[in-house]
Design a binder for this molecule. Structure first.
Ligand SMILES: [Zn+2]
Length: 256
């Protein structure tokens, strides 16, 4: 961790860094937030985040990440084959990752793990049956209506979540635009969205690719750079606060 923080150190005076910060476009800003939401996901293989924004006010009205239903604990966080229990952490087990390995419902002792063939492992539960998608969580979580909503998704939505987005009635959320960072072939998505010509679909990855090729990618137009800039700023301010707290400890004779 120490080394990671070293990488974030900025070789500039704080005032210079702040003056050079670039304001991200709204699309870049909200897509960046959708990615930041990913980090809260308990899923150990796929992390998705989502933002739903009222475009008239630019206020987020719904947010989500993929995870277990509210209030349910101890559910699997990986796909069948290596079922893990988040409460147990076994570092250094590269074959199966972190956590407990079950074989036919029994916990496999650590020393026997290497003898278990990967394709024969039976998990008591599969994560897919107990994981709620980020975009479904975001629409369920919407706290106020919007007649002009924009959705931000790092991934193309599955048809079930898209149907939920189009059906949301309480509070009523009407989508005018859906911004997706990446695009994978998904015939049902296209078939469904073609029935709603009033919803604009935007694929962000093409613009990002073009900007990077032209050498004009900046925190204003690239969510990765916007997030990096934000993390640098966050680190700068924390460093400053740590310095200040040392000074105040001297002034008031307190120790933290
Ligand atoms: Zn989905």
């Amino acid at each position: 961790m120490g080394n990671d923080i070293e990488k974030l150190k900025i070789d500039k005076k704080p005032t210079v860094f702040v003056a050079e910060m670039e304001k991200p476009s709204w699309d870049v800003f909200f897509m960046g937030l959708a990615y930041y939401y990913c980090t809260r996901s308990p899923d150990q293989q796929t992390k998705a985040g989502c933002m739903i924004v009222d475009w008239d006010t630019k206020i987020p009205i719904g947010t989500g990440y993929n995870g277990h239903p509210r209030g349910m604990h101890g559910l699997p966080t990986m796909r069948e084959g290596s079922v893990l229990d988040e409460s147990v952490h076994i570092p250094g087990d590269e074959k199966f990752g972190l956590g407990r390995l079950f074989y036919k419902g029994e916990v496999v002792p650590k020393e026997l793990r290497s003898q278990v063939p990967l394709d024969s492992i039976q998990g008591p539960e599969d994560k897919y049956s107990v994981m709620v998608h980020a975009d479904l969580n975001a629409i369920v979580n919407c706290i106020q209506p919007s007649a002009n909503a924009v959705g931000y998704l790092p991934f193309e939505p599955c048809e079930n979540c898209l149907l939920a987005w189009l059906s949301k009635v309480s509070p009523k959320v009407e989508f005018r635009r859906i911004v997706i960072l990446t695009s994978r072939p998904f015939p049902n998505f296209k078939r469904l969205i073609d029935k709603r010509r009033d919803i604009e679909i935007e694929i962000m990855v093409d613009t990002i690719h073009k900007n990077r090729e032209l050498g004009i990618a900046t925190p204003a137009n690239d969510p990765a750079l916007a997030l990096f800039q934000a993390s640098q700023y966050c680190n700068l301010m924390i460093e400053q606060s740590l310095e200040l707290s040392k000074d105040s400890a001297k002034t008031y004779g307190r120790s933290h």
